[in-house]
Design a protein around this ligand. Sequence first.
Ligand code: NAP
Length: 281
Amino acid sequence: MPSSIRTTRLPGGDDVPVLGQGTWGMGEKPIRRTNEVAALRLGLDLGMTLIDTAEMYGNGGAEDVVGEAVSGRRDQVFIVSKVLPTHASRLGVVTACEQSLRRLGTDRIDLYLLHWRLGTPLAETVAGFEALKAGGKIRHWGVSNFDTADMVELAGVANGKNVQTDQVLYNLMRRGIEHDLLPWCRERGIPVMAYSPVEQGVLADDGRLTKVADRHGVSRSQIALAWVLRQDGVIAIPKAVTPDHVRENRAAHDIRLIPADLQELDRLFRPPSGKQPLEMI
Ligand code: NAP
């Protein structure tokens, strides 16, 4: 019997599973829809009840897939979606959110993120998020692809400290956030949401992981995921449509890496020695 998935607490008090499901690439081809819905439902059955999506993915198609996957079980799911920076004005976020809600077939988004930063003043976007919160359309808001300086600036605008997460690229090959962004968030109790935790499948084929994977009798991808999940305050959102990948990802949660594994992985995938600008996919 697998353990239940560990949770982490958002600043607003919600406990969310540290292992969720991504949806980038879903909702693009009608022929794949049945499999995508089935994969998300399998993940929900296995306890990966946080689903990450965005209005950008499949031009709304991914939100549509999520809507079908959660229908009849909405209350078991923590839905994260994202607004495009071109919709990040005070009124733009409200309109974009209403459209996302329609596609998701729900009356609220649990966590609504600014997908990345462009020209709109942060104060304006935050004001839009706060209005959505007051109206019950979102429960919380956060950001994505924000580097440390962006987070500092955000904390300085009205209600900016209500941010619940920063969703960023983080995996064995992209460790830059360990230098400053991750400690900055941790000190403030803000969990980081790690996207592309298996580097879009690249780490599944990376021979450097074979030895540790063999030691545990698991796949390379599972080691990559277990490594992201090894620490508190990090939520991983792998995307998988292949049912065996969904099951593997769930099982990766239960892998306990030992100090010798971590030392070997540090040797093969070096931690940052100084500040690195935040990378994005
Ligand atoms: P990812 O989760 O690192 O990798 C997904 C790819 O890896 C898929 O091709 C998947 O194949 C494969 N895969 C998954 N589990 C596997 C396993 N156990 N063994 C072997 N292969 C496996 O990459 P991602 O989709 O870029 O990132 C995850 C999620 O983060 C996205 O879906 C999205 O929700 C979010 N994201 C956010 C941003 C942002 O700017 N905020 C950017 C990128 C991603 P199958 O699908 O065939 O199973």
